[in-house]
Design a protein around this ligand. Structure first.
Ligand code: PEP
Ligand code: MG
Length: 858
């Protein structure tokens, strides 16, 4: 049996009334603040969430209570949702509740038949669709007459349109309360971070009429540009309107003076001046940029609502920083107001307007930024491709809730159907993914895995570019502009750096990565994967020669050829990083990755090495493993073929000497991958010490270096105490650590992880968000044991989780020294680390009785 919620009293929103966000929702609280500011807000009531729950369960307020809510003078009220957080949305507003034949007669006398008809007709249509849930097609014709609409209602329901305002209100409240519990509404708000039991309050407000004589109409005004975040008055004003029921002579006029036509500023300068005054006051008092919704009735202004200005990520940063600059909120609060993920939008690419554009088709620009990727037609294909590290654009007729994981895995989303508030558009904006919807020129054939557009065919796997800022779909990979990082972005991140304790480094393998990392404020390189350096065409032959060498001396000869190239690689990185620490991971992957696997490739290799084909085939077979990820890789290679690590160590030391001679004080950090036993570290350390001594003697320089271990196996985490004796840092490689803790292949898991998450086996994809309960516990154990043994040891994380805000928060809580993530995620990590530090500080000062800082609006 359901526990029936106990209804709480409905309160009139007055300056001293007990109204709060948790009980009544953000809108009710916001209206109270506007009322306290003495703005002309019509009489409003707040229905608490508990009462709304009771209403959804069928326990409606009594008729007397309902009548109390209905405006005595006009007889009309509007009902709006009031969730705890405005981001969570809610059922659509229903206006003009109370409209019936008597009211229609009365308004015919005062406003004229046309206006009264328009109001009544609009209400019946909206009630039919949203409350009686009748076929929207039958009630969407704006040209239908009042009589036709009333007849249609009666035909469909076998009842006359309800005349009792209290009954109308009861039904409106019930339908809104129930709409909140619908599956789509729940999914949408959960995508915005709402908890499963998020509650809804409702606000009932007297209608301010926007139909009638004089300057009369309704509009919205805001004082900031929603896209750029720069100060600008925008909005609209339409004369003779009432919500969706627009009078026949409704006209849209400009808010501010405009050469193109009449404006509210000229038509009603007093009203306009009041709006501007209220805007300034609202910003200061509500500590937020607000969009004000207003009605003008014959020159008299009513403020009926105010909501946080909708904003792009760029605007969010600018607004938060400007509020802090103006002293309205402290910098710490500005930091808390920006979602770390939003920062990656600012880093997004744009299609270079100067470059040629191979336009295929257009759609609606639903979410900004541009992305190039291979076309895929299913969410599963997107996830599989993402697991292989490919960039994909998910192309769907429209997206459904079950596509969310595929969207997460995509660089961009393109749909044939849908509008700006379609599932694809809403979710993509939430995720900060470039997105185009309603590209009706597309024809998608999911079975044949192709799409037709602009007279051309594009098959799965072909590259396209979507420009979510302009709505253009382009063939191939378009040329992109680097993202523009403005002063607000830099300021916010400076504040973040002041607030955070944990360091942020980047995973960077190439000079380009290193430059990007520096540009985004990384405090060093936390992981340089050296193996990528060997795949280069000029290096692969030497690498293969080394693999084919039977004796250590022969291996050394091949490695000698790689040494100068590696030395140059590291010297370049040290120069770019200009004194910041650079952690170089010694060679990690299994050797077979460097060998050809097809006959033709092997034949070519035999030719180039001047060996019989059979030798090559034999060697390839000998290196083939059933489980290469658990095989001869990482430190296991370093132990069995020590020459590779010796060459790398020499290259690192010689590069450090060279960079040092140029004035860069480099202390290179050498990291050993895939360790599982202390003896592995001892052996490698011993050899590296030997190389260091030799290079010191040869170069006559006394460079320093640090040796560290990558904790990627559960055993390394459990034995971190022993391991810590032999090294000065540990870095959790949570990609492998997750793989090995779960026994879950990081390359294949995407095939079923969606199903696992959907069935609640895993709360999240553990390769995306760190599994704090399992992998996280191993990290805590490892960090504690390592520090107990070696208190000065540096402990960090360098798996993909280092760029995920939730995982970063865990690392900050766990007291890690730094996280290292891909260069583009460095700003996200800086902000996420700062936010978690602030949360911890607040919790600590609250515990110490210091009290918290004021919370922002809503
Ligand atoms: C890891 O395993 O977390 C890691 C960073 O190394 P790689 O991804 O190169 O295996
Ligand atoms: Mg690894």
């Amino acid at each position: 049996m359901d526990q029936a919620p106990t209804p709480a009293p409905i309160v009139e929103i007055a300056p001293a009334a007990a109204v709060d966000t948790v009980t009544h929702g953000w809108r009710a609280k916001c209206l109270q603040r506007l009322i306290r500011m003495q703005l002309p807000v019509p009489r409003s009531f707040a229905i608490p969430a508990a009462t709304v729950r009771a209403i959804a369960g069928g326990r409606l307020p009594g008729a007397d209570e309902l009548r109390r809510l209905i405006d005595a003078s006009s007889g009309l009220v509007g009902v709006r949702p009031s969730a705890m957080n405005p981001e969570w949305g809610g059922p659509g507003t229903v206006l003009n509740v109370g409209m019936n034949a008597a009211c229609h007669d009365r308004l015919t006398g005062t406003l004229g038949a046309e206006a009264a008809d328009a109001l009544y007709r609009g209400f019946v249509q909206s009630y039919a669709i949203h409350v009686a849930r009748l076929d929207p097609d039958m009630f969407s014709d704006p040209a239908a007459s009042l009589a036709e609409v009333l007849d249609a209602y009666q035909d469909e329901t076998d009842e006359e349109f309800p005349q009792d305002p209290a009954l109308q209100l009861a039904e409106v409240l019930r339908s809104m309360a129930r709409a909140w519990d619908g599956p789509t509404a729940r999914l949408l708000r959960q995508a915005k971070g709402a908890p499963a039991d998020a509650a809804l309050g409702l606000v009932v407000q007297d209608m301010a009429l926007a139909l009638g004589p004089g300057v009369t109409g309704s509009g919205t005004i805001q004082f900031i540009d929603s896209v750029t975040g720069t100060p600008r008055i925008t909005g609209r004003f339409r004369g003779q309107t009432q919500g969706r029921a627009i009078g026949r002579d409704a006209e849209s006029i400009f808010l501010t003076r405009d050469p193109r036509g009449p404006s509210l500023e000229e038509a009603a300068p007093g009203v306009f001046a009041d709006l501007v005054r209220f805007g300034v006051a609202a910003r200061e008092r509500l500590r937020e940029e607000m969009q004000i919704e207003f009605v003008v009735t014959d020159g008299r202004l009513s403020i009926i609502d105010a909501v946080r200005v909708q904003r792009s990520s760029r605007a969010a940063v600018r607004i938060a920083v400007a509020l802090a600059h103006d002293g309205i909120i402290p910098p710490d609060e500005a930091l808390m107001r920006v979602q770390p993920r939003a920062l990656s939008d600012l880093l997004h690419h744009q299609v270079d307007p100067r470059a040629p554009r191979d336009l295929i088709t257009r759609g609606m620009a639903a979410s900004p930024g541009a992305a190039t990727g291979r076309v895929v037609f299913t969410a599963a294909a997107a996830q599989a491709a993402a697991a292989r590290g490919e960039s994909v654009v998910l192309v769907r007729r429209e997206t459904l809730p079950e596509d969310i994981r595929g969207m997460h895995a995509s660089a961009g989303v393109l749909t044939e159907r849908g509008g700006m508030s379609s599932h694809a558009a809403v979710i993509a904006r939430g995720l900060g993914l470039p997105c185009i919807v309603g590209a009706s020129g597309l024809q998608i054939d999911t079975r044949a895995r192709l799409m037709r557009a602009g007279g051309r065919i594009f098959r799965e796997g072909e590259d396209i570019t979507i420009d979510g800022t302009s709505g253009e779909v382009l063939a191939g990979a378009a040329e992109m502009l680097e993202p523009a990082l403005d002063d607000s972005f830099a300021q916010l991140l400076d504040w973040a750096d002041e607030a955070r304790g944990m360091g942020v480094r980047a995973n960077a393998d190439t000079p380009e990565d290193a430059r990007t990392a520096r540009m985004f404020g990384a405090q060093g390189i936390g992981l340089c994967r050296t193996e990528h350096m060997f795949f280069d065409d000029t290096r692969l032959p030497a690498m293969r020669e080394m693999i084919f060498a039977d004796r250590p001396e022969d291996r050394r000869v091949a490695l000698e050829r790689l040494l100068p190239m590696q030395r140059d690689d590291f010297t370049t990185l040290f120069r770019i990083m200009d004194g910041y620490p650079v952690t170089i991971r010694l060679f990690d992957p299994p050797l077979h990755e460097f060998l050809p696997h097809d006959r033709e490739g092997m034949r070519e290799l035999a030719e180039s090495l001047d060996l019989p084909l059979s030798d090559v085939v034999r060697r390839v077979e000998a290196l083939t493993e059933y489980n290469p990820m658990l095989g001869m890789r990482g430190v296991r290679l370093g132990i069995t073929m020590p020459e590779i690590y010796e060459m790398q160590a020499r290259a690192i030391f010689e590069a450090a000497v060279r960079a040092g001679a140029e004035g860069q004080g480099v202390v290179p950090e050498i990291m050993i991958p895939l360790v599982s036993a202390r003896r592995e570290v001892e052996l490698v350390r011993h050899r590296i010490e030997g190389v260091a001594a030799a290079v010191r003697a040869e170069t006559r320089s006394a460079f320093a270096y640090r040796l560290g271990v990558m904790v990627e196996t559960p055993r390394a985490a459990l034995r971190a105490g022993d391991i810590a004796e032999h090294c000065s840092f540990l870095s959790f490689g949570t990609n492998d650590l997750t793989q090995m803790t779960y026994g879950l292949s990081r390359d294949d898991a995407a095939r079923f992880i969606g199903s696992y998450v959907a069935q609640g086996v895993y709360a999240e994809d553990p390769f995306h968000i760190l599994d704090m309960e399992g992998v996280g516990e191993l990290m805590l154990i490892g960090a504690e044991r390592a520090r107990a043994q070696n208190p000065g040891i540096t402990v960090s994380l360098c798996g993909e989780h280092g760029g995920n805000p939730e995982s970063i928060a865990f690392c900050q809580q766990a007291g890690l020294d730094y996280v290292s993530c891909s260069p583009f995620r460095v700003p996200v990590a800086r902000l996420a680390a700062a936010q978690q530090a602030l949360i911890q500080n607040r919790a600590e000062s609250a515990l110490a009785g210091g009290g918290g800082k004021p919370t922002p609006l809503a």
